[in-house]
Ligand binder design. Structure first.
Ligand SMILES: Nc1ncnc2c1ncn2[C@@H]1O[C@H](COP(=O)(O)OP(=O)(O)O)[C@@H](O)[C@H]1O
Ligand SMILES: O=P(O)(O)OC[C@H]1O[C@](O)(COP(=O)(O)O)[C@@H](O)[C@@H]1O
Ligand SMILES: [Mg+2]
Length: 536
């Protein structure tokens, strides 16, 4: 066996092994869709290149030499280091802890267990031990060719990957009376933002924090003189989760990191809770590093907000469930329109700049989709195996069809504008409009009548309030963010892995966007459900 010397070389040339379904670079496990078999598509190639570039940041890590009998323990040690969560004591040796002010004994002793009073601290620990860990990967793949296999070595050896368990610690590193906590929400809207804000405020108050403020309109609020910080309390946030949006407002773009940290110093903010996606977290990590450089005793904690569900390692991010549920309305309307028309075709475009999770899950849950198109899976519109040919077949056999397309899919078919939004994200062309036009043209050319209706429910979905399951997720994440800050961690984010709640170092979750693996069971299930063929 040789040395795996490069991060995500499309084909891993490991003698004697077919390692085409997955590749790895010292703990980053890259699934099959980054391999050469999808390089026929420009969009996928570009995506793979983008990911490759992002993953370059991992290059300083030594490659794994699988011929070393100790490679596994070395890997695990390295993993432990990578997933270590930065702590205030890393910088301030003299940082002192005090017993937590977070009260775990607020309930009435009604159960028999507590009938004779509460147990003593020694007997009843409601706190998380800082050495508690959660297993990140739970499937033991016996072969790299197993669907969705994520392997570290060519033999798919079982390697335990542990991350830090989230929750309240017995010792805290901030005195509540000395805390000024700020909350900021950045990027686009997402259901659940208000739920998280609310829960952070409520939990801070339980610790005893009096000074809590909201920074208006994302990072922009740190520099815009006309924008005042918003005082927050349980009273202010009590009912905000009943509506969508963000109480604080959101924005893209904004000031530089040093301006943000200057502003934090001026305002005396020593706990910052940052709600946002990849970009926001990159900013949060940079703020954390700048605070350390300036030797400011500050905790910066992220809560991943991405309706696209494109943050690495997490089961899901808040708002995603609500988005999938809300997308059903649009899909059902498109279905009814298509089935009520003579030769009707309904098209629904759903969010997903680089990841097709919403489209895939919405297709799976609705059962009304005939064709699901996502950025990770290349497709042709024209030609013998193209989408249009299949639509003709569906019209001939079923009389109607419904297409669900993720916004980032098929961007190669559209005119490039090089336009970028204030955060530097590329502004996409409208793939839904393009598909609608192409369908009309193609059917006109063969003199087959077709009635195409296109629905883009993006902003209707994003503005919704969180559903019950997202409401719970937001609550737990908001609480854990506060517990993490009080425990003295900074440069971390909160998440759910294998149904357990964890703290992760920010760089590990944003090194590239999480994508749908076309070799995963979930995508296979989606294909089984829609019955669509390969469009290549
Ligand atoms: N690499 C980065 N470093 C620092 N800040 C960033 C970075 N990328 C984006 N940001 C900032 O994060 C905020 C949100 O970014 P954006 O990409 O719009 O949304 P999201 O956080 O949902 O990805 C913006 O204010 C933007 O300026
Ligand atoms: O129109 P806007 O506000 O730029 O938002 C569009 C984008 O927002 C999203 O909903 C996700 O936004 P974030 O990256 O901020 O989470 C994408 O699906 C979409 O491309
Ligand atoms: Mg972004």
């Amino acid at each position: 066996m040789g040395t795996l010397s490069h991060a995500i070389t499309p084909k891993l040339a490991l003698p004697g092994h077919d390692f085409s379904s997955s590749s790895s670079y010292y703990g980053l496990t890259f699934p099959s869709y980054l391999n050469s078999r999808f390089q026929g598509s420009n969009s996928t190639t570009r995506l793979a290149k983008k990911i490759r570039v992002s993953a370059e940041s991992a290059k300083h890590r030594p490659a794994i030499d699988f011929s070393d009998p100790d490679w596994k323990s070395k890997f695990q040690n390295d993993f432990e280091t990578r997933f270590n969560i930065p702590h205030i004591t890393d910088v301030f040796d003299d940082a002192v802890s005090i017993p937590s002010t977070f009260c775990l004994r607020m309930r009435t002793p009604v159960s028999e267990e507590f009938a004779r009073g509460y147990p003593s601290d020694e007997e009843w620990h409601g706190y998380i031990n800082k050495n508690d860990r959660v297993l990140l990967k739970v499937i033991r793949y016996s072969s790299p060719t197993s669907a969705g296999a994520e392997c570290i070595d060519p033999d798919c050896t079982w390697v335990e990957q542990w991350v830090h368990r989230a929750g309240p610690r017995e010792k805290i590193y901030f005195r509540p009376e000395e805390v000024k906590a700020a909350i900021v929400t950045c990027g686009g809207l997402c259901p659940g933002l208000n739920d998280v804000i609310r829960q952070i405020v409520i939990t801070l108050e339980i610790y005893g924090v009096k000074k809590i403020v909201g920074i208006p309109f994302g990072y922009r609020g740190f520099s815009a003189k006309e924008l005042n910080e918003m005082p927050l309390s349980r009273k202010v946030v009590q009912n905000i989760h009943l509506s969508g949006g963000s109480l604080l407002g959101v924005s893209r773009g904004g000031p530089s990191i040093s301006e943000i940290v200057d502003s934090m110093e001026e305002r005396g903010i020593n706990m910052l809770f940052v709600l946002g996606g990849n970009g926001t977290h990159a900013g949060a990590n940079a703020i954390h590093i700048e605070c350390r450089t300036r030797r400011m005793k500050v905790a910066v904690v992220g809560v991943p907000k991405t309706i696209d569900n494109d943050i690495l390692l997490m089961d899901k991010t808040f708002g995603f469930d609500t988005a999938v549920e809300e997308a059903q309305r649009a899909i059902n309307s498109a279905y009814i329109e298509a089935h009520s028309a003579y030769h009707g075709v309904g098209i629904v475009k759903l969010m997903g700049r680089s990841s097709g999770f919403i489209a895939m899950h919405a297709a799976l849950s609705s059962g009304q989709i005939d064709i699901c198109l996502i950025p990770e899976v290349p497709f042709n519109l024209h030609g013998p195996h193209g989408v249009l040919r299949h639509l003709k077949y569906l019209i001939e056999t079923k009389g109607s069809a419904v297409v669900c397309v993720a916004e980032g899919a098929g961007q190669d078919f559209l005119q490039k504008t090089n336009a970028k939004d204030a955060s530097g994200n590329v502004v996409f062309g409208d793939i839904g409009v393009h598909i609608q036009q192409e369908i009309k043209k193609a059917f006109k050319a063969i003199s087959v009548p077709v009635d195409v209706k296109y629905i883009d429910p993006t902003y209707m979905i994003r503005a919704c309030r969180a559903n019950a399951s997202d409401g719970i997720l937001c609550t737990v994440l908001g609480q854990n963010a506060v517990h993490g800050a009080f425990a003295g961690y900074s440069g971390i984010t909160v998440g759910i892995c294998n149904t357990h709640y964890v703290y992760l170092p920010i760089p590990e979750v944003i090194s590239y966007p999480r994508l749908v693996d076309p070799n995963s069971r979930m995508w296979h299930r989606c294909l089984t459900s829609t019955g669509q063929p390969d469009f290549i």
